[in-house]
Write a protein that binds this ligand. Structure first.
Ligand code: ADP
Length: 577
């Protein structure tokens, strides 16, 4: 049976599973967002309609109260018993009006109360207006009324009552006892109640001429105020403007200023004053605008949350992917190091055996094998040093001891240790040093190790080339130590990464060369601890130049740790990177 990991590289499988995880979260999130969007759009439409309906309900409430005020007053006051008309008992009618009509603080609903009597005798027939001063019914003739206002009032009362004469004269029974409104004269609107006897015959009309001033000053306001608490329960009252427009569309009453001049919801006043309208509007926006704003707010909130969620997922996935990468690097590291250890060890063992068995006759050969053993054990020491240093750097325990030293000496000593290896591998190494380079404050062991790592790499990655150039020069306030080889080189995309711990270029010739992936990360750490920097210039197939730039003098902040002149060397600790 063939395993999937044998067909597809493990890195690809891991990446694929990360992507699957990401999509498994992303797809439901997108579905959820889409559903929420549709739901919010729906809600936007409905909440616009709903707040319009709520406004309409409020206006209906006000309208009902106005109607109730007039109907209840009309039904109570105009309900004159027919017996009083037939027996011509006008004084009693006056008494009925006096007793029944209600008086508010700012006046009465009506300007005038009257009875129109359809008597058979001509003298008795006509309009009788109630006089509240004398509590009597006064027979009134249109032509005899002097003031124009009163004439208009009388005319309106007669005009409203007269049509009922037809019912009376025909003798046909009138069954409906409902109140009737006549609004032909907007200044003198009349509410009428036909007075019928037991047979339904219309004997006369009881009526009231409605007072517009009272409607404006008392009825509207109290009806509105009585409805307002219901509206406030919804928490919207303070954001609403209530308006009443009269028959000329002028604003008669309002609790605020209309923003756009138009109410959002309007209702005609029912029963009487039917050419007046009640209106309600949002103080700043229409219900639709309000719904849109709420929609935009909710949508932005959802998108922001989704964005946070996606960012969180991406961060988590990146961390997971990084962890995977590091764990892969670590397992590679273990196998690479084992390999690195095994090769010199087996050489040492073989050469050691040769020597023990005395198979080597010539002194030259003995010396050669000895050199091999020495050089290989140096490599081993170097590798172990790298591992130990790396672990110190990682745990932040790496200490540096700074002393004024001649860099060229360190370089020469290190090159010397490589002599055998270079000779056996046929390498030409040249070293050029600027003559008057001053000594500088460095940790000789650390810098020696860093330089050692660079030479080691130059040897390892030289390919077919056998030339290495080492230069030491001064550049301003820095000493620059560079190692140049003419080997396989490094792609530009890899040049930053090679300083990361465990990182090894995974394609091309490098595959054949063993290494731990720690060398350059240690170089980088050492150089930073010296306040310097390491740079690389490289071209694939042409070779690489690694340069260490080290300051000739340490900066003041670090200088504080320097001992008194001639005392112990300075110690600095550099954290792991
Ligand atoms: P390693 O033990 O693998 O040599 P290093 O940290 O020293 O680890 O180097 C990291 C990687 O950088 C190497 O695996 C190699 O791919 C690349 N590299 C380092 N030095 C050179 C060089 N002189 N020429 C080409 N590639 C190099």
């Amino acid at each position: 049976m063939i395993r999937l990991s044998e067909l597809v590289p493990p890195g690809v499988i891991r990446r694929r599973s990360l992507w699957i995880g990401f999509l498994a979260v992303l797809i439901p999130l997108v579905v959820l967002l889409t559903l929420q969007y549709r739901w919010l759009v729906d809600l936007e439409q409905k909440s616009g309609l709903a707040s319009r309906a709520a406004m309409g309900n409020f206006l209906d409430g006000v309208a009902n109260k106005i109607e109730y005020t007039y109907r209840s007053e009309g039904e109570r006051v105009l309900n004159v018993p027919p017996s009083l008309l037939s027996e011509n008992k006008f004084q009693k009618i006056a008494y009925h009006f006096k007793k029944k009509h209600s008086r508010g603080r700012s006046g009465t609903v009506h300007k005038a109360l009257f009875v129109y009597y359809f008597a058979e005798e001509k003298e008795a027939r006509g309009l009788y207006i109630y006089d509240p001063q004398t509590y009597s019914m006064v027979k009134t003739y249109h032509e005899e009324t002097e003031s124009p206002q009163d004439r208009a009032l009388v005319r309106a009362a007669i005009a409203a009552s007269s049509p009922w004469w037809v019912f009376h004269s025909e003798g046909s029974p009138h069954e409906s006892a409902a109140l009737v409104v006549d609004e032909r004269d907007p200044r003198n609107r009349v509410i009428l109640n036909p007075i019928t006897n037991d047979e339904g015959l219309v004997l006369g009309i009881a009526g009231m001429v409605v007072d517009e001033a009272f409607f404006r000053s008392a009825v509207l306001e109290t009806s509105w105020l009585k409805s307002a608490p219901n509206c406030e329960q919804d928490g919207e009252a303070e954001d609403l403007v209530f308006t009443v427009r009269d028959s000329n569309d002028e604003i008669a009453l309002s609790n605020g200023r209309l923003e756009e001049g138009e109410e959002h919801v309007r209702r005609a006043v029912p029963f009487i004053f039917t050419d007046w309208t009640l209106g309600l509007s949002g103080l700043y926006s229409s219900p639709e605008q309000l719904a849109q704003t709420t929609f935009a707010f909710n949508m932005t909130l959802s998108l922001l949350l989704a964005l946070f969620l996606i960012s969180g997922i991406i961060i988590a996935l990146r961390a997971a992917s990084r962890e995977m990468y590091v764990s892969r690097m670590k397992s590679d590291f273990v196998s690479n190091v084992s390999h690195e250890l095994r090769t010199p060890l087996s050489s040492i063992r073989v050469f050691g055996e040769f020597l023990r068995l005395g198979r080597v006759g010539q002194d030259v050969k003995v010396q050669e094998y000895g050199e091999y053993i020495e050089s290989e054990s140096r490599r081993l020491t170097q590798l172990i040093n790298n591992i130990l240093d790396f672990s110190k750097i990682e745990s932040g325990q790496k200490l540096y001891h700074f002393e004024q030293v001649d860099l060229a000496t360190i370089v020469r000593d290190t090159i010397k240790m490589f002599e055998v290896r270079l000779k056996h591998n046929g390498f030409q190494l040249s070293f050029e040093a600027e003559a008057d380079l001053p000594s500088l404050p460095v940790d000789s062991a650390a810098i020696g190790q860093a330089f050692n790592n660079l030479i080691d790499n130059a040897v390892k990655y030289s390919g077919d080339s056998r030339e290495i150039r080492v230069r030491l020069a001064r550049e301003g306030s820095h000493a620059v130590l560079s190692v140049q080889d003419f080997g396989i080189g490094i792609r530009e995309s890899e040049q930053d990464k090679i300083f990361d711990r465990f990182h090894r270029v995974s394609t091309g010739l490098v595959h054949d060369v063993k290494g731990s992936g720690l060398g350059l990360s240690i170089v980088n750490h050492v150089v930073k601890a010296h306040q310097g920097e390491v740079t690389v210039e490289s071209e694939p197939g042409r070779g690489s130049t690694f340069s260490l730039r080290l300051p000739l003098a340490r900066e003041a902040a670090v200088e504080r740790e320097q001992p008194e002149a001639g005392g112990q060397p300075a110690i600095a600790r550099a954290g792991s990177d």
